[in-house]
Design a protein around this ligand. Structure first.
Ligand code: SF4
Length: 367
């Protein structure tokens, strides 16, 4: 009754934000082509209601986290304070890049730091927890720290706090910013599970690169051009969530691969690993499918949807899905809906080596 109501409601309230150079789009992993589409006001696909609800959830997660911090011995202030992050050119005129910070936290020693909060889904969180750096968030922090120094020149550190929305785990990066040299140092990473590390790793030039990208976007806007696509095809996850993907990849034909080249030693090692993994995964998948069938059959013979015992619960969740049976559609509709997808399939086979097996010494010396 209500489950189907919320996403359409969110979609009805969707707003189109015009392009502006913003700290949130300053990161090196942003697709510049997408930002140029936005700056040039190309029509974008309407965001799905579910996507808008996911974004809305993130701001509520931020609210909840900040409420917890306010109950701690840390002091939190200046929430949503506007800061001036720099100057660029937009629509042919000088443009001031503005940002709104999540707040300033003061620790028990009286040290002030910028606080930036993000709430993200489980898999991206895991990637960061395993060592990938969230460079787009780092760039945003650099812009905010630039802005904050105008209000308080003593603040040169930030806490980037990332929440796993699925599991309420937290990852915290303590970042130091050397403003004159545009050098961000990852001083400390703390996971809410107690893991802690001190990478002391520098990321240099995020701020200057952001300004260069804003200038590049402005140039494309003025020249009415588009930069190249940064991805090989539309299977990249950036493209899958991009509101311009249809427009961007329309008519794109993947280059035809015609050459035969010698395999390098590195590629040969990968090919051997591929075959080894394939040989190990296939029997496991087969057994996995078989075990699944046996469990389902075990429940069904007793007309049971659930069985519990010996520390396990086995359950069959039954539901219905609506699908379109294309064969029932008139043929002209089927033709209209027809689309061609390029498919790439990799195959790796072991071949007999041209130079035959390795020769062993016919007269081995035994020590
Ligand atoms: S579809 Fe992909 S390449 Fe094209 S603008 Fe969007 S993110 Fe960039």
């Amino acid at each position: 009754m209500l489950a189907e109501l919320i996403h359409p409601l969110a979609a009805m309230g969707a707003q189109d934000w015009p392009y502006r150079p913003r700290p949130s789009s300053a990161g090196p992993n942003q697709c510049v082509r997408k930002l140029v589409y936005h700056a040039r006001e190309f029509p974008r696909r309407q965001a799905h209601g579910r996507f808008l609800v996911v974004l809305d959830d993130s701001s509520w997660h931020e609210e909840l986290t900040l409420n917890w911090i306010e109950q701690s011995a840390f002091q939190l202030r200046d929430r949503q304070t506007e800061v001036v992050c720099g100057e660029t050119v937009f629509a042919g005129e000088s443009y001031t890049i503005l940002g709104h910070i999540d707040g300033i936290v003061t620790d028990l020693l009286g040290i002030d730091r910028l606080l930036e909060h993000k709430a993200i889904e489980h898999f991206t969180f895991q990637r960061y927890a395993e060592g990938d750096y969230p460079l787009d968030y780092f760039a945003q922090v650099c812009l905010y720290l630039r802005g904050i120094t105008q209000l308080n020149p003593d603040i040169d550190e930030a806490l980037l706090l990332i929440k796993n929305k699925n599991q309420s785990a937290y990852l915290e990066y303590r970042l130091h910013y050397d403003l004159p040299n545009d050098r961000l140092t990852v001083c400390e990473i703390v996971h809410s599970n107690g893991e802690r590390s001190f990478p002391k790793q520098d990321v240099i030039g995020l701020y200057q690169q952001a300004l260069a990208r804003f200038a590049q976007i402005e140039q494309h806007r003025a020249d009415q051009t588009l930069p190249d696509r940064p991805y090989e095809d539309d299977s990249n996850y950036h493209c899958q969530y991009c509101p311009y993907s249809r427009l961007c990849w329309e008519g794109h034909v993947a280059p035809v691969l015609t050459n035969t080249v010698p395999l390098s030693p590195d590629m040969a090692a990968l090919a051997a690993e591929y075959l080894d993994l394939d040989a190990r995964i296939k029997p496991l998948n087969k057994r996995f499918d078989h075990v699944k069938k046996l469990l389902k059959a075990g429940l069904k013979t007793q007309q049971a949807s659930e069985a519990e015992g010996h520390g396990f619960i086995v359950r069959i969740n039954q539901s219905t899905q609506t699908r379109h049976d294309v064969k029932l559609l008139p043929s002209y509709v089927q033709e209209l809906a027809e689309t061609s997808l390029s498919i790439e399939k990799l195959s790796v086979n072991r071949i007999a080596q041209e130079w035959g097996p390795l020769q062993t010494d016919p007269n081995p010396q035994v020590a």
